[in-house]
Design a protein. Sequence first.
Length: 494
Amino acid sequence: MIKAVHRYEVVETMNRPRIAGTRYHFIGAGGVGMSGLARFLLDKKALVTGSDQTGGVATARLNRLGADIHIGHCPENLGPATDTVVISAAIRESNPELQVARQRGCHVYKYAQFLGELMNAFDGIAVSGTHGKSTTSGWLVYCLKQAGFDVNFVVGAEILQLGGSSGSGDSEYFVAEACEYDRSFQNLRPQVACILNIERDHLDCYKDEEDIVESFYQFARGTRPDGLIVANGTDPNVAKVLRRIAADGGGDSTNHQSSIGNHQSIVTFGLDPTCTFHAGNIREIDGYYHFDMFQDGQKLGSTRISLPGLHNVFNATAVVAVAVSIGVPPDRVLDTLGGFRGMDRRLMLKGQFAGVTVIDDYAHHPTKVQASLKALRERYRSARLWCVFQAHQYSRTQSLLEEFAASFAEADKVLIPEIFSARDTEASRQAVNAAILTERIRAHGTDAQYLGSLGAVCDCLEQNVRAGDVVVTMGAGDVWKVADEYIQRLRRHN
């Protein structure tokens, strides 16, 4: 029998690399992850240059903070004293700045590789999963800061209350969102690895669901010796990972708080009493949830959250499991949970205008679409709910077509613009389109309309939405522009 571990102890980390005064060049600096990492380095007194094909809010912010970010890629953007070059996943070998960097012998890292190198110098906490990574990692950062842990962090969306997607602190902790796309999270060697869930996604780079499970297993087994794995205690694919990890160390995966190979530990979380940490006595009041938190069956206290949806009770449970496991007093965590107001583009209330509520959400996978719409229905029970859904990637739409079609049941009306293309092949473009998606949604009993352009969607909303309705724009592409444009039209007319 494996001895239970009731308190996770942080081990000493290696010496930190010198950041202050080092010159870093970011090719593709405008993305959320890349710009967040550049901002973190600026906070640590590094010298940051870079470029992006187009300008935007992120590049402008970096320049205001002291970086030198150019629009467009050319060899002259790379200064002669540059030490390290960081490239986004979209940068190809033919990029002129990358070619010069390789000729000069600069250290060149993909974003995920450099994030891994940086995390090696801290007590890294990496949050992974098909859904909920951004919200859970941002929520964890917020609660740790409120509890007095001045953490470093780089996550995949803006933390609204902290004013950015990254920040530096004085503590040994570094919280990062760990993305499974292209197996990038396998570059991380965290002290604490959190696995929220595992489902089919990114089938443009994975063969099938078992290939995805294998990738999460590789991520989990990369947790440092004497580290901690904090895992969903009821997800069947996560259970496969835990069984393999336990087998590696000769452990018992049915023991929900146990030591495993290399002296690592596992704790589980969820809504089931069999989990190490679980939420019980869950009550929904006016669209928000109140619940009790338990550890090993013992009540830690009661709390409430300010984010709608049962899926956010689950995310909150993961936050508690990580925070308490690294030594934050349980009552302090529970007191701060309800103060978190969410992440950019995660069921974000854009405002209420002329009696119409406008919300923006990042959901782009069927499970998350369903969860977000259910949360909105709980929050706005009697309202007519309009969902503007922009599918992200032709390949994802094709592989999950029937799952998408069945995920809009809570909406009264679904408006579908054309699919947002990202990394798509011509074959995937030919296999599916937004009109086909619309037909399949209608076949599942939901009123759906294909409109093609974002402008046509705005026209439809303007002509048909009435006071008391709720409009949510949903997707990982540029569908947020609909929310902004529609709000401007409401303001002009009222």
